[in-house]
Design a binder for this molecule. Structure first.
Ligand SMILES: [Zn+2]
Length: 83
């Protein structure tokens, strides 16, 4: 059985048409983060509940996705639970 991309099958959040942003949301999900659907942007909230940020639907910065991955790894609760 094959699924498109590396994102978990049947994500509970609203799919993003842009593949790289959908993959970013998948990465947050895999790390145990909660993804809240947009009215205007997604909100991601970490497992400990202290960290959150918004993920814009149409980021104008070409490095936006890369920076968001970097931001995710910088969070304290992510460092603590690294395997
Ligand atoms: Zn946290």
């Amino acid at each position: 059985m094959a699924f498109l991309g590396e994102v978990a099958p049947v994500p509970y959040w609203q799919r993003h048409p842009k593949k790289e942003i959908e993959a970013l949301l998948g990465e947050f999900h895999e790390s145990g983060w909660k993804i809240l659907n947009p009215p205007r942007y997604y909100t991601v909230r970490c497992p400990c509940g202290d960290h959150q940020r918004s993920i814009h639907l149409t980021p104008s910065d070409p490095n936006y996705v890369k920076n968001a991955y970097r931001w995710l790894r910088r969070q304290d609760c992510m460092k603590g639970e690294a395997t």
